[in-house]
Design a protein around this ligand. Structure first.
Ligand code: PNS
Length: 167
């Protein structure tokens, strides 16, 4: 008898300050693999984000509206604890380059130690976005460089508003 498929609830944790097209590509592909995907913004005041959690959630919700099985949430504390609290059985992360690997491996192993029942699953970033990060996008935008195509249009607008007070 064929095994029945598990109901897969995945959590995709991150800072999303702000969401990039790399994140968006990962969410689009990840959402097709799971029943429900929770995009979870970490509340971490120590990081001095450019956008508040509420602003980031608003942008994410706007951009992710077409994805019926994707939810936007925020959390404090440990990813593994939040994933367990939400009944998730998968933590989804993206890998861009080899340089991501060591950090992601350590996180995945620590998260497994904390919650052995939750698997971390990785998707390779699309090659088009493999160099894109929120940090680089902000750096380029701050210096007036062109970031179109690297972030959704609403994010481009919000960045211009935030960095140059353009309304
Ligand atoms: O978008 P980022 O900054 O790469 O996301 C990193 C994030 C939020 C996934 C990571 O820092 C995290 O999980 N933080 C929550 C605290 C935690 O669980 N720390 C232990 C991880 S092993």
């Amino acid at each position: 008898m064929a095994p029945s498929a598990a109901n897969i609830v995945a959590i995709y944790p991150g800072s999303f300050d702000p969401i990039t097209n790399g994140h968006l590509d990962l969410i689009a592909r990840g959402s097709r693999l799971v029943d429900r995907l929770i995009v979870a913004i970490l509340r971490n005041e120590a990081k001095q984000p450019l956008f508040s959690v509420e602003e980031r959630a608003e942008m994410l919700k706007e951009v992710l509206r077409p994805y019926a099985n994707v939810e936007v949430a925020s959390f404090s504390g440990l990813t593994a604890a939040y994933a367990a609290e939400r009944g998730a059985n998968v933590i989804l992360r993206g890998l861009r380059a080899v340089s991501d690997y060591e950090y992601e491996l350590k996180m995945a192993l620590m998260n497994r130690r904390l919650q052995p029942g939750i698997e971390t699953a990785f998707l390779m970033a699309a090659e088009t976005y493999s160099f894109v990060s929120s940090r680089l996008v902000k750096e380029v935008a701050r210096q007036g460089g062109n970031i179109s195509g690297l972030v959704p249009p609403i994010v481009e607008l919000r960045l211009a508003e935030r960095l140059f007070e353009v309304k």
